[in-house]
Write a protein that binds this ligand. Structure first.
Ligand code: MRU
Length: 366
């Protein structure tokens, strides 16, 4: 069995990533030593999943600090701003990326650091904190969510939201892991999640390693399972949640939520507060990434469509908040009206970040 490592970490001045494109066939960890290479790794989905992308962006900013030749603070800040632009452009929908790079930028601009070495170290410490916090957040989120799931439940899960999509443990899969840790006998229907097959390749791999009962299903089977009473709850993660609770997640999520409503099945989104974007009033403002045609016309490199076929490949969709029973966060379970409950969760999470910084002794200028 492959060693248990985080999906994202720092080693020898490199951002280390499990290459998720190669799973489940091969378990390979690769190092990236420039900001451009880190951005390309995010864009090409070496690493994917909103929280994992966020932590990668944070380490990308630390890398920018260490690779910058700057000898004064202003030049370093210029290089960091440039790096933030490059990293943020890598993928548009998951807000965790720009959230993490903004947090790194804010630290660089406000930290008291007597020397440039101190500033670089402070940036790396902040990236480590973002990664460590992500794991702790997921565990809290997981246990809040597990309280909603009954012993014996059949859960329908979309995409991959596990240890691979985060730094470790996972969001929606974190809820499932927490249920298992509590001894609940749950079973998971795993959507294959075309076109990139994150469910078949990654979620199935994670759940089998964890020994959690599951069946892989073709995406098109989900409606049949819901109508025939074989699903007790639908659970997924998200890449961005607007202020009113509308959720952007992997393409296909909206269809699941609508069919779940038709069949009176609860629908849960599980997200860290860093995925909540209060600057956007509703889901229509969330940028939806469009990806290459080859994701649809090929499976594992094998061509399955006529050469030259026109393709449209939106990678995410918006589920309007009225289809969600609750949004599970590390600060508790948010219920409608989401504009109020999400605001409370976000404020509590931000206060916790400040408290953690204070405990680590990170000093900010006023
Ligand atoms: O395109 P991906 O694989 O990065 O999309 C990921 C998802 O949609 C996840 O379900 C989402 O990021 C939730 S994360 C834990």
């Amino acid at each position: 069995m492959e060693p248990k490592v985080r999906s994202v970490f720092w080693e020898n001045r490199q951002v280390m990533l499990i290459d998720q494109r190669l799973l489940p066939g091969q378990f390979v960890v690769t190092g990236f030593d420039t900001v451009e290479k880190v951005a390309a790794a995010i864009g090409e989905m070496v690493v994917r999943g909103a929280p994992a992308i966020g932590a990668t962006g944070a380490y990308g900013m630390a890398l920018a600090a260490y690779t910058s030749p700057a000898t004064d603070r202003n030049s370093l800040l210029c290089d960091l701003r440039r790096a933030k632009t490059v990293l943020d452009a890598a993928r548009p929908t998951a807000v965790n990326l720009s959230w993490a790079t903004a947090r790194m930028m804010e630290l660089a601009e406000h930290t008291v650091a007597p020397t440039m070495d101190d500033l670089r170290s402070a940036l790396l410490a902040e990236a480590d904190a973002i990664a460590d916090e992500d794991v702790a957040i997921n565990r809290r989120l997981g246990f809040h969510g597990a309280a909603l799931i009954a012993d014996g439940a059949n859960l329908l899960h979309h995409c991959n939201t596990g240890a691979l999509a985060t730094v470790d443990f996972g969001t929606a899969l974190g809820v499932i892991y927490a249920c298992a840790e509590q001894g609940k006998r749950i079973h998971v229907w795993v959507d294959e999640t075309r076109p990139r097959l994150q469910g078949a390749r990654l979620t199935a791999w994670e759940l089998m390693r964890a020994g959690i009962p599951m069946h892989l299903i073709a995406d098109n089977a989900a409606g049949h399972l819901m109508r025939t009473g074989q699903v007790d709850a639908v659970i997924f993660g998200a890449d961005r949640v607007a202020a009113n609770g509308d959720v952007a997640n992997k393409i296909g999520t909206y269809k699941l939520a609508v069919v779940a409503r038709e069949n009176n099945i609860p629908v849960y989104a599980a997200v860290p507060a860093s995925t909540i974007d209060l600057s956007l009033p509703d889901g229509d403002q969330i940028p939806i990434e469009e990806r290459g045609a080859e994701e649809v016309t090929t499976i594992d490199g094998a061509v399955i469509a006529p050469a030259g076929v026109p393709v449209y490949n939106p990678a995410f969709d918006i589920t309007p908040h009225r289809y969600l029973t609750a949004i599970i966060t590390e600060e508790g379970v948010c219920y409608p009206p989401f504009d109020q409950s999400l605001r409370r969760a976000k404020a509590a999470a931000e206060a916790r970040v400040q408290e953690n910084r204070w405990q680590r002794g990170t000093v900010s200028e006023v």
